[in-house]
Design a protein around this ligand. Structure first.
Ligand code: NOJ
Length: 484
């Protein structure tokens, strides 16, 4: 690959960044001025994020078993461009080059996910040592380049065998199998991986996968089934926390990576802020609230009624096993909230039809989410360590005549969100790091390759990676530790 071992100067030369005057912006004096106005705490951890199925490819190599996403993507009518991730970005073979892309940004951390069916092709039973070998190689390469690995244990690629045998997350047998797999990974990787995320976006996997059928496994369950899936997923999280603690080396840290329903005060008055806090707690009742409080809220149980999940008190203790941090994926504001004298204590303002969106129509920019969500989480549950585990946007990303992708829409988006993140950290909200989604363009689930989220463009035919202008923006942000 063309990008191996690039020096900073070579990297800049690729897109003519020097010609754009970007190197001058990095001058020490400029950096100091910017940091004063818009700096992040020293030691703030800048990284990028990806997930296994979206980038790895090599679905039949080294003994990997099938996942529910292999099955789903190969089912006609599921993926908008009729693609699949059999090859994806070929990261499985190009991981060394991808680590160099991170290094060229100056990133100090990388959030990736481990494909469960590479480790246990049948979901449980005999492990596949060759599957683990890939992650051994990746982790060693990261560490050799000064990049801290953060591993997500589950980013939606459930072994198909567990779907066939137990009905996947409809059964708590899957929660238990997840704990066994997590124990195995923690045992063999925690000599080098110190940070583990349990489940990526419980709420999306429950809703899109099991209510609307838009994600694998493509189910459309009635309320009782859906509530049970939600509980089993939360239980899987808690069991995995316990497994990582029991089998990881001393000092291994673990927590969720959740796309919390984000509730923003429509106008920043004390009443509306309080209403947004109440909404945050209620609308995340089946996820962060039960994980951090060890109980379902009364309103959640009342609303579920006869369709409430079946569970024991012991389940609740497991789900609320102590965690070391909360990871938050932040994209759109789900609700603007106003205080109101109703029973719930909050009212959701409907989105007007004129609300803008990025290339993906679901991606409404709401930079204030980056301030309010971590602030609510820290205040409501006294959380002391938070990571922003994802934030980013897709764009049309067409190369200009000179070959460069001038993705100024992504830069605008990132700058606005990072400004709000800086507002949070400067007020003492304990956010320790930020993982930009995504390092490279990849397979965007049911949108196939039509939504590009990378700060490096991938030519999906040749697999060649090219930095977009936003990669230069992010490199400058990292170098200055400040909003550029
Ligand atoms: C969140 C998911 O974790 C990730 O897999 C996805 O690509 C991004 N959102 C963008 O939709």
């Amino acid at each position: 690959m063309a990008f191996k071992g690039l020096t900073r100067r070579q990297f800049a030369g690729l897109t003519g960044w020097s010609a754009l005057g970007l190197s001058a912006l990095s001058a020490a004096s400029g950096r100091a001025e910017a940091a004063a106005a818009s700096g992040f705490p020293s030691g703030f951890l800048w990284g990028t994020a990806t997930s296994a199925y979206q980038i790895e490819g090599a679905v039949n190599e080294d003994g990997r078993g099938a996942s529910i996403w292999d099955r789903f993507a190969h089912t006609p009518g599921t993926i908008s461009d009729r693609s699949n991730a059999d090859t994806a970005t070929d990261h499985f073979h190009l991981y060394r080059e991808d680590v160099q892309l991170m290094k060229a940004l100056g990133a100090k951390a990388y959030r990736f996910s481990i494909a469960w069916p590479r480790i246990f092709p049948e979901g449980a039973g005999a492990p596949n040592p060759k599957g683990l070998d890939f992650y051994n190689r990746l982790v060693d390469e990261l560490l050799a380049n000064g990049i801290e690995p953060f591993a997500t244990l589950y980013h939606w690629d459930l072994p198909q065998a567990l779907q066939d045998r137990f009905g996947g997350w409809t059964s708590r047998d899957t929660s238990k199998a997840f704990a066994d797999y997590s124990a195995y990974v923690a045992k063999y990787l925690s000599d080098r991986v110190k940070y583990f995320f349990t489940i990526n976006e419980c709420s999306r996997l429950v809703h899109l996968g099991h209510k609307y059928g838009a994600d694998a496994p493509g189910l459309k369950l009635p309320p009782s089934g859906l509530n049970q899936v939600r509980h089993n997923v939360a239980l899987g999280h808690g069991l995995a926390v316990q497994a990582v603690r029991a089998h990881g080396r001393a000092g291994t840290r673990v927590g969720p990576a959740e796309n919390a329903v984000s509730c923003i005060p429509a106008i920043e008055t004390p009443e509306n802020i309080r209403a947004a806090e109440i909404a945050t707690r209620e609308l995340n009742a089946g996820y962060l609230t039960v994980m951090l409080e060890g109980k379902y809220t009364e309103a959640f149980l009342a609303q579920a009624g006869k369709d409430a999940p079946k569970y024991t008190e012991e389940d609740l203790r497991i789900i609320s096993s102590p965690i070391d941090f909360v990871g938050l994926n932040i994209y759109t504001p789900d609700h603007y909230v106003i205080a109101a004298g109703n029973e719930r204590g909050f009212t959701l303002a409907p989105f007007p039809a004129s609300f803008p969106h990025m290339k993906a129509s679901w991606l409404r920019p709401g930079p204030e989410a980056m301030y309010w969500v971590p602030r609510h989480v820290a205040k409501l549950w006294n959380v002391k360590s938070i990571y922003i585990t994802e934030n980013g946007t897709s764009g049309s990303d067409q190369p200009a005549a000179d070959g460069t992708v001038y993705d100024v829409d992504r830069i605008m988006y990132l700058r606005n969100y990072l400004t709000q993140l800086q507002r949070a950290t400067s007020e003492g909200v304990p956010v320790l790091g930020y993982f930009l989604w995504s390092l490279i363009d990849n397979f965007e689930w049911s949108d196939g390759y039509e939504q590009r989220f990378g700060i490096y463009r991938v030519d999906f035919d040749t697999k060649r990676r090219t930095p977009k202008l936003s990669a230069a923006f992010y490199r400058e942000t990292i170098a200055r530790n400040a909003v550029v």
